[in-house]
Design a protein. Structure first.
Length: 246
């Protein structure tokens, strides 16, 4: 089978492409960059997209959007002849009113109504994202403000494994969500992050106003019934620390 992975030079896309290649498949990757072996696509104009999709059996869409659905619209138009379109989305997109999530919902609807056989996987936030958020919150030298939220972050490698498996299977529509192995208060994740970086901060909990924060507070971004991930946030941090020491 011939696969196209959009955003194939990104964190998730590159892992998906590697797993498909290890399975013996022919894999193309698109990128906004130019480079040897890349199919360069300008998502604003669609330039290069037709060439990238030509002759492909399955498209795995991992490219990051710019806040609207024009990328997905262009992709759907180009994918009229493919046998399977796989899309990665986010748990809670239809229940938390923020712009990026509304865009993901619109993209899901566009794909599901396109007539192209498809699979959509919703996953919780990646460990990488939670770590990046905590790094920003820890920039103050003495205090670390921490929103009163819980997270169920998942390792990006496990999302890549699930996407690659879905890509080689038959189109399945909306499949069960993928969440990390545990639901943990952000305060506890902050303590784990500080310990892993050897820093000390006084944690200050706070609440944010608005419907978006209310959606997160209510846990709409969580999927405890699908805690299928195996790697915890603490294990992710430990693996990163080990890699840095090498």
């Amino acid at each position: 089978m011939r696969f196209l992975v959009t955003g194939g030079t990104g964190r998730l896309g590159s892992l998906v492409a590697d797993r498909l290649r290890h399975g013996g498949h022919d894999v193309r990757i698109t990128s906004r960059r130019t480079g040897l072996g890349l199919y360069t696509v300008d998502w604003k104009t669609g330039a290069g997209l037709a060439e990238a999709v030509d002759g492909v059996d399955v498209v795995v869409h991992c490219a990051a959007a710019n806040g609207d659905v024009e990328m997905e619209r262009a992709l759907v138009e180009a994918c009229a002849g493919v046998s399977h379109l796989v899309y990665i989305s986010i748990v809670g997109t239809d229940r938390i009113p923020i712009k990026y999530y509304r865009m993901k919902v619109a993209a899901e609807e566009l794909i599901s109504q396109s007539g192209i056989p498809y699979t959509i996987l919703r996953a919780t936030q990646f460990h990488d994202l939670v770590r990046s958020v905590l790094a920003v919150l820890a920039k103050c030298p003495l205090l670390m403000p921490v929103p009163e939220l819980r997270f169920q972050s998942v390792d990006v490698t496990e999302v890549a494994e699930r996407l690659a498996a879905l890509a080689v299977a038959e189109p399945a529509g909306r499949v069960p969500e993928l969440g990390g192995p545990e639901v943990v208060p952000l305060r506890e994740l902050a303590l784990q992050y500080l310990a892993s970086t050897g820093r000390h901060r006084r944690l200050v909990s706070f609440r944010l106003p608005g419907k978006a924060f209310g959606g997160f507070k209510a846990g709409h971004h969580l999927t405890p019934a699908h805690a299928d991930g195996r790697i915890t946030f603490a294990e992710f941090l430990a693996a990163e620390a080990t890699a840095l020491r090498r």
